[in-house]
Design a protein around this ligand. Structure first.
Ligand code: C6P
Length: 401
């Protein structure tokens, strides 16, 4: 990868050459090609899809549906298995509200974990409350990981749903999801994978994984905000009811009867996220042109280098030194994560601090939150050094008091 060339694709990096943007787990920056694809739709078309009986609308419809096809191929899914949503949170909620409320009953069990983002486990807490099903947590090992052995200890014939992330947004661990999916299917459970932190960073093949659902957001993979994907196996999506009703998803509507369009359209109510889908498809093509395998290896190298240097600073506690991805969670002894993060901001280092919408894992770690640096392919070893200097300066600054 030619990092300098890639960095030049990003207007924010061109305009702020000193910036060390290390908040990629929250959102990735946008390259020119994505911005242009969105701009092109608005400036050359700017009309609705699926409705207009005129050329501009046909063209917009073609672009929108082509985007679905590109995104489907990006994860090796079929066209009808890609539902556009507002983001990973909406996708994860759609699975729980549609599949969960339709097929779960009292006594059934839902396996999740303390490593989850709120959007992964809270929808199932809600389903459990409404159906009488029970939420069961995989015990984490000493490092805070989900292991196969621990997963087997909670898996049973009562398990009907497994809802786990592929990569944790706080610890950056890769869940052994392929094996978990195999074991879950053996007891007849379906698996909903939260891919928000995985799809932007590693090559995903839903057929190989054999997951039942996979949720992700466009904005974390260089795409626009407001667009996400729910991948679902067609046979499951076909038997699930819509959770929103209205324009575009309806087939026939009478006073006492309504029918819906086929999958995926029955889940896409109202005017779709047209520009978002077009921009996301461009982002997928852009990432494919760089190579997801190159991206994962490079981020891991940056993270390892940062961990090596941060370990030398006294008073810094790293919670996940052995993570396989580009996420580091740490704290400075005696310093609130938000206070630490404000020092970094003065040095043009953008990082996130807090519980990262994953309070179960920060409680498990015995802290109110962490400082988190997260890398992407456009980061550099200089960014690592800026992070390390920021941490070192923060330690010195807070030691003065
Ligand atoms: N995590 C972070 O800074 P949305 O907000 O819907 O695009 O994505 C939700 C979500 C779901 N699962 C995981 C594993 C995530 O990391 C996120 C978003 C951001 O960590 C914002 S809290």
């Amino acid at each position: 990868m030619n990092i300098d060339k890639l960095r030049n694709d990003f207007p924010v990096l061109r305009d702020n050459p000193k910036l060390a943007y290390l908040d990629n787990a929250a959102m990735a920056l946008k390259p020119d090609c994505v911005i242009q694809a969105v701009d092109n739709y608005y400036s050359k078309l700017g009309v609705n899809v699926h409705r207009g009986v005129y050329k501009l609308s046909y063209e917009a419809t073609d672009l929108y549906e082509e985007a679905r096809d590109i995104i489907a191929k990006f994860i090796n899914a079929s066209f009808e298995e890609v539902v556009f949503t507002r983001g990973a949170s909406s996708s994860l909620n759609l699975v729980a509200l549609s599949y969960g409320l339709s097929f779960l009953k009292e006594g059934d069990e839902i396996i999740t974990s303390e490593l989850e983002h709120h959007s992964s486990h809270m929808p199932w807490m809600n389903v459990a409350k409404l159906t009488g099903a029970k939420v069961v947590y995989v015990p984490l090992n000493d490092e805070g990981r989900i292991t196969i052995q621990a997963f087997k200890s909670v898996l049973s014939n009562k398990t009907k749903v497994v809802a786990l992330n592929y990569v944790s947004n706080v610890m950056g661990y890769i869940t052994p999801i392929e094996e978990i999916i195999k074991l879950s299917h053996e007891v007849g459970a379906i698996v909903s994978v939260d891919g928000a932190q995985a799809v932007p960073h590693m090559k995903i093949d839903v057929k190989k994984l054999d997951c039942d659902f996979l949720s992700f957001s466009g904005h974390k993979l260089c795409g626009p905000t407001g667009i996400g994907v729910l991948y679902g196996k067609k046979e499951l999506l076909d038997k699930m009811p819509p959770i929103e009703f209205g324009g575009d998803m309806a087939d026939t509507v009478k006073k006492d009867e309504m029918t819906f369009k086929a999958t995926p359209y029955k889940f896409e109510t109202g005017t779709p996220i047209i520009a978002g889908a077009i921009g996301l498809a461009k982002a997928c093509q852009y990432l494919d042109s760089i190579g997801l395998d190159n991206i994962s290896k490079y981020e891991k190298m940056l993270k390892d280098e940062a961990v090596k240097k941060l370990k030398l600073i006294k008073g810094v506690k790293i919670y996940n030194p052995n993570a396989e991805t580009g996420i580091i969670s740490f704290n400075i002894d005696g310093v609130h994560p938000h206070d630490a993060a404000s020092v970094f901001d003065n040095e043009d280092v953008c990082i996130r601090a807090g519980h990262h919408c994953a309070q179960l894992i920060t409680s498990w770690l015995g802290t109110i939150g962490t400082v988190r640096a997260s890398f992407y392919f456009y980061n550099t070893l200089e960014d690592v050094d800026k992070l390390v200097k920021g941490v070192s300066d923060a330690v010195d600054f807070f030691n003065m008091f």
